[in-house]
Design a protein around this ligand. Structure first.
Ligand SMILES: Cc1cc2nc3c(=O)[nH]c(=O)nc-3n(C[C@H](O)[C@H](O)[C@H](O)COP(=O)(O)OP(=O)(O)OC[C@H]3O[C@@H](n4cnc5c(N)ncnc54)[C@H](O)[C@@H]3O)c2cc1C
Length: 408
């Protein structure tokens, strides 16, 4: 294998290139990325970068100097338009045809559009790229009010940043609760309380019927008859996965490029990683497509190892974080969406944890609110046979390690 081509210069693409070099691959690595920026990480876009406290260079994971040092060719501002799997070549929108021995798809996705509500550069925004976040940031300085459409992670983080910047914020979520797809109800309730206390006007369970923007600002008519008028609006209703290129090349896709745990597609020369990949682990019938920082890194590592014939890395416990106002929320493991969690400390007021155990009492997942020590301990407990004593675990005065009873 002489040449690895990576399509997509986001987090997973950048991490895969670095992992290949770290594991000793000496051949050609080229990243082709549509955005005219070096590979960067997105989490700060809705947090510090939006507020102007985190500069762009802190987001970059593969700056040009490091790329040159690592002999990774960055071809940025260029999109791949087709993959010819028989010839092992890709075509780009600037007319190049480039050969590969192995191809890694790391194309992520784009912000899902709200039908009938076209985004512009002044009033109604999407939030996926550094450009999007930069445009919103410019308006945070002079706008007085914001409508956020979507009560998932992204919408909530944008709402928190806008409140920090002093804007009046209204947030619409058409589902029955905040972060309904990703989080158990107990955490949704805590987040709703937090945002309400911070002055966000939450409209939950209400769909927008009509959203438009004109010189006067953003206007929304809601299905319940409500009318909202704000200076600016942000649409944060999820991701449209970028799997069209793979589909056109005859690879299997189903809301994501279908892969095994190491990112292998049906073509041994083609891998897919990060937000664009749907992984079949054997246990999830429909496969699992994750959109997280940890997942992008783990899949980049897994694909690099598989390409180089190295053994798999040890599995890691799923982890996700979000920062909203002064709340650092971390989710580790697999919180149960149905079972009632143990309340440790005072999670309702932003200092404590929710712990989910299986019927035998083994810890399965934790949602920690400003409680990093609980996360560190949970990391050591999850996946072991150790049984948690619910009464002791509920007492924040007892270190979590002392709330463990015995092994199964
Ligand atoms: C605002 C924001 C905040 C987030 N916050 C968190 C957080 O707090 N915690 C967390 O765990 N996760 C967070 N995430 C999720 C995390 O950033 C993503 O899971 C991660 O970026 C996925 O990386 P990726 O490389 O798969 O996709 P991306 O980072 O989207 O990169 C894909 C790249 O491929 C390019 N591309 C697509 N098609 C082509 C083509 N045909 N040719 C060339 N290039 C192409 C795209 O332009 C893009 O640059 C956040 C995401 C966003 C948007």
């Amino acid at each position: 294998m002489n040449t690895v081509l990576i399509i997509g210069g986001g987090q997973a693409g950048g991490a895969a290139a670095l992992a290949l070099r770290r594991h000793g691959f000496a051949g050609t690595i080229r990243i082709i990325g549509q955005e005219p920026l070096p590979p960067y990480e997105r989490p700060a876009l809705s947090k510090g970068y939006l507020l102007g406290t985190t500069p762009f260079d802190k987001l970059v994971l593969l700056p040009e100097t490091l790329a040159a040092e690592q002999r990774i060719t960055l071809t940025m501002g260029v999109a791949v338009t087709a993959i010819d799997r028989a010839a092992r070549q890709v075509t780009t929108d600037d007319g190049q045809r480039l050969d590969y021995d192995a191809l890694i798809l790391a194309t992520g996705g784009t912000a899902r559009a709200l039908p009938g509500a076209p985004v512009d550069d002044r009033r109604l925004f999407a939030i996926r790229t550094a450009r999007d976040a930069g445009l919103i940031r410019e308006r945070l300085a002079d706008a007085r009010s914001m409508l956020v459409i979507g009560g998932g992670w992204l919408g909530l983080e944008v709402a928190a940043s806008a409140r920090k910047a002093g804007l009046a914020v209204t947030l619409i979520e058409s589902g029955p609760r905040l972060c309904g797809r990703a989080l158990p109800p107990a955490v949704s309730e805590i987040l709703a309380g937090l945002h309400a206390r911070q002055g966000v006007d939450l409209r939950i369970g209400v769909a927008p019927a009509d959203i438009g923007a004109d010189a006067d600002g953003v206007h929304a008519r809601l299905a319940d008859g409500g009318v909202i008028h704000t200076d600016i609006g942000v649409i944060a209703i999820g991701l449209r996965v970028s799997d069209d290129l793979a589909a056109a090349a005859g690879l299997a896709v189903h809301d994501g490029v279908l892969t095994d745990a190491a990112g292998r597609t049906g073509d041994p020369a083609v891998f897919a990683i990060g937000d664009c990949a749907r992984v079949h682990h054997g246990v999830h019938g429909a496969g699992l497509r994750l959109e997280s920082w940890q997942n992008a890194n783990l899949q980049a590592e897994a694909a690099a190892r598989a390409l180089l014939g190295l053994p798999d890395a040890a599995p890691e416990i799923p982890w996700f974080w979000s920062d909203q106002y002064d709340l650092a929320l971390q989710i580790l493991g697999t919180p149960d969406p149905i079972a009632s969690p143990i309340h440790r400390g005072a999670p309702d007021t932003g200092r404590g944890s929710l712990l989910w155990c299986d019927p035998a009492g083994r810890l399965r997942g934790i949602a920690a609110l400003n409680a990093p020590r609980d996360v560190a301990m949970a990391r050591r407990l999850i996946g072991t046979g150790l049984i948690v004593d619910p009464a002791r675990a509920a007492d924040a005065g007892v270190p979590l390690r002392d709330a463990v009873l015995a092994a199964m």
